[in-house]
Design a protein around this ligand. Sequence first.
Ligand code: SF4
Length: 439
Amino acid sequence: MNKKVAFYTLGCKLNYSETSTLGRLLNNAGFETVEFTQTPDVFVINTCSVTENADKKCKKIVKEALKISPNAHVTIVGCYAQLKPQEIAEIPGVDLVLGAAEKFQLVDHLTDLTKKEKTEVFNQPVSEANQFISSYSFGDRTRTFLKVQDGCDYSCTFCTIPMARGASRSDTIESAVKQAYEIAASGVKEIVLTGVNLGDFGIRDGIRHDKFVDLVKALDEVEGIDRIRISSIEPNLLTDEIIEFVAASKRFVPHFHIPLQSGSNKILGLMRRRYRRELYVDRVAKIKELMPDCCIGVDVIVGFPGETREDFVDTYNFLNDLDVSYLHVFTYSERENTMAAEMSGVVPGSTRADRSKMLHILSEKKRRAFYESQLNKSDEVLFEGDNKDGFMHGFTRNYVKVKAKFDPVLVNELKTVKLTGISPDGDVEITESEEILVH
Ligand code: SF4
């Protein structure tokens, strides 16, 4: 009988796509993927170092796992496994810890599933994680995350990702295109292109071979994929050429997610970000000039060391004036071995929380204003398979979340609808060919 494996994933889209790849590798080796609760023989927990209390979460998941299958083999992979292997090795019940360079050799490590006295740790320095292993996620029929780039050569002072994932490296354009065709053949309609620093796509073995825009152009030719979304791109890497190409493309949708992190140039300097706010304003203006209905999302960090009240107000006003559609707000928290953790001007926790709250409110205001600006327009929606209290959801090309009465026929279908109003829960109501789907 096949051995059963269950996965648990913490963290970002990249982790989700990598979990899917690990799943496929194990399935090819004869393992059957089951739900966490279906008494697996093996648990694989893919961790994140950015998650608050990563250690506590990891411990809790291991404990839950062993309650379900007391004799199961437990493997921990992911960013936290790269950064703190010894800390993980001390968690009772963990059999195996694999670092960034070792995680895709999981199958080789799972030939013997007996519980070990002592946790085995395979964790080379992150500089050894220099191979690009392509991944894409499956599971959700409508949308797939295709990883085309990994690692980062930047040195933002708050970030542990370069330590956890290593240097910037990428897939080839040919391989990415091949995978896009595979995804299309499986019936998935939308690809979300992902990477740690996606705009830096094109480096292999430390040498730049390609530019991100060339990948974009090649993927735009892939028949069978209806939509391609760029998950996130640094403002300094979002060139006019990319914006112009997306504006004219049928497959790349008008939606950008662009990390800003702070609207204060002083703080951007302390963060060692590679742009100043003027560049950000310029990028937003260029996008809106070519795509007035484009959705623009912004990552922003509050409470970075040295962020005074004036600096925060600066950020707030900057964002308030900017023509963007929503914010992803992160509350700064110290990470070991980062420069920021040693900086003076530490912002008290309660102030960080207050600032986060203010930006969350601003984000809601921005989102609502964006949704309102889209009312009475028509756009194509890709419906998802959820059924919550009789309603399903979907997203327009420009990332407006719409709501409709659940209809199984609509799942994974593209439909052109008219956006008619905003429901009390904030989603957008629609009509489709005169028929009212949501009242
Ligand atoms: S660009 Fe900066 S924040 Fe993003 S992964 Fe690289 S170092 Fe981290």
